[in-house]
Ligand binder design. Structure first.
Ligand SMILES: Cc1ncc(COP(=O)(O)O)c(C=O)c1O
Length: 409
């Protein structure tokens, strides 16, 4: 059992007052911000502003007057420091899967004599689907090679055009070594794309220094941009001039309002844009990013590790031997979630949700809990584990109601 009490930890927590930025229903312990972050007061007021002033009053004039057209780039510039990117290298648009498609196609175009996309066999399924889809859409013989993380170096040869990896494993929360892997990929002349879905806003990132050629991430997880929030993409400065978009559209044109029938790409990161910006979604994300204005990612990281250490120690101390820890113990390899393997994981998660402790389930047998330092306290963790103890003691997970699989798990 841990020695410093949850209360003492909370009293020493420099991020404790950040919780007031968010709306967390009374009595709820929300351990799923790695799936969908909660709404913040600033997100609500920014959405309100976009709808009731800019849209309702400004109408079409707001494309100019409210800067709607610039939102993908202006928001990209606000987000850039969170991933260690320079100005004008990040764009906010589309969804993550679409952006990965665009980045993959662009990388393949930059390596015209190579024929292989390498990815991790444990990657998120959408990344597999879109890699296969992009490979099929090119008019070249492209193969998608799935490897294991341990065998990545052996999977690299001079036919590999691009490697696509997710920086933080969505099941286990394992954090990969961005710098080491990017450098190994470059030694083989290939390009590196990082999926930052489970990293952005949770761990300090340095895409520029750590050698990412391209990266993309979600707006709706740790960034709290709301359900289906727009995603973002990063393109390293030295690739901006040669950037191509295999889904060209009018807003990726150099002069959209020339209505030119021939495509001429916009300069820089704007070339990745295809269509009209989703203004309400972008506004929600803009408001949500305010929550990061006065906090450092190093402080977030420190508290995240403390929270996850505390959770692991509490579960193992109070329920010894019941769960298999899937998440690495090593701080250098752990992001901001803790996953446990258990045959009854689905029912356990459902029983916890009924008790007001929200985590989620990932097939086949993983109970997953996300820890967001901006609104979670150590007392939340302690109470969550007390509920887990009760769920296990009374076998609440065996209730038939908790075996009913929901469409979203
Ligand atoms: C690692 C990873 N990649 C890609 C995606 C897909 O994101 P989107 O729905 O924005 O396409 C997700 C969604 O959760 C994810 O976790």
């Amino acid at each position: 059992m841990t020695q410093i009490s949850a209360g003492e930890r909370d009293r020493a927590d420099s991020l404790a007052n950040c919780r007031d930025k968010f709306i967390i229903p009374d009595g709820l312990i929300y351990l799923d911000g790695n799936s969908l972050g909660p709404v913040s007061h600033t997100a609500i007021s920014r959405i309100h502003q976009a709808v009731t002033h800019e849209w309702a009053t400004g109408l079409v004039r707001s494309w100019n007057a409210a800067g709607w057209m610039d939102l993908p780039l202006s928001l990209g510039n606000r987000l850039a420091p969170l991933i260690g990117a320079p100005a004008d290298t990040v764009i906010v648009t589309d969804t993550l899967t679409i952006l990965i498609a665009k980045l993959l196609a662009n990388a393949l175009a930059l390596r015209p004599d190579r024929h292989v996309i390498v990815t991790d066999g444990d990657n998120f399924h959408s990344d597999f689907y879109i890699a296969d889809g992009v490979a099929a859409a090119t008019r070249r013989e492209i193969t998608v090679r799935r490897t294991t993380r341990a065998a990545l170096a052996e999977a690299l040869d001079d036919d590999v055009a691009v490697v696509l990896l997710t920086h933080v494993d969505y099941r286990s929360g394992e954090l990969l070594d961005m710098r080491g892997i990017s450098s190994c990929v470059h030694e083989h002349g290939a390009l590196m794309i990082w999926d930052l879905a489970h990293s952005t806003g949770a761990v300090p990132l340095n895409v520029l220094d750590d050698g990412a050629d391209f990266a993309a991430g979600c707006g709706y997880k740790y960034l709290n941009g709301g359900p289906g929030a727009p995603a973002f993409a990063y393109v390293a400065p030295h690739w901006l001039a040669s950037l191509t978009n295999f889904l060209p559209g009018w807003l990726g044109h150099a002069r959209p309002f020339d209505f030119d029938s021939t495509f001429e790409k916009a300069s820089g990161i704007r070339a990745l844009v295809t269509s009209s910006p989703s203004v309400v979604g972008l506004s929600a994300l803009a408001g949500a990013l305010d929550a990061f204005d006065d906090v450092s990612l190093d402080d977030i990281r420190r508290k995240s590790l403390d929270l996850t250490d505390f959770f692991i120690a509490e579960v193992e101390g109070r329920l010894p031997g019941l769960f298999e820890l899937v998440t690495p113990r090593d701080h250098d390899r752990r992001a901001s979630q803790v996953s446990w393997r258990h045959d009854e994981a689905y029912g356990i998660v459902q029983a916890l949700i009924s008790r007001g402790v929200v985590g989620d389930f990932r097939a086949p047998n993983i109970a997953r809990f996300g820890f967001t330092p901006l609104y979670l306290s150590f007392q939340d963790v302690e109470v969550a584990v007390s509920h887990l103890v009760e769920v296990m003691r009374h076998r609440e997970y065996a209730d038939p109601a908790y075996r009913q699989k929901n469409p979203v798990t």
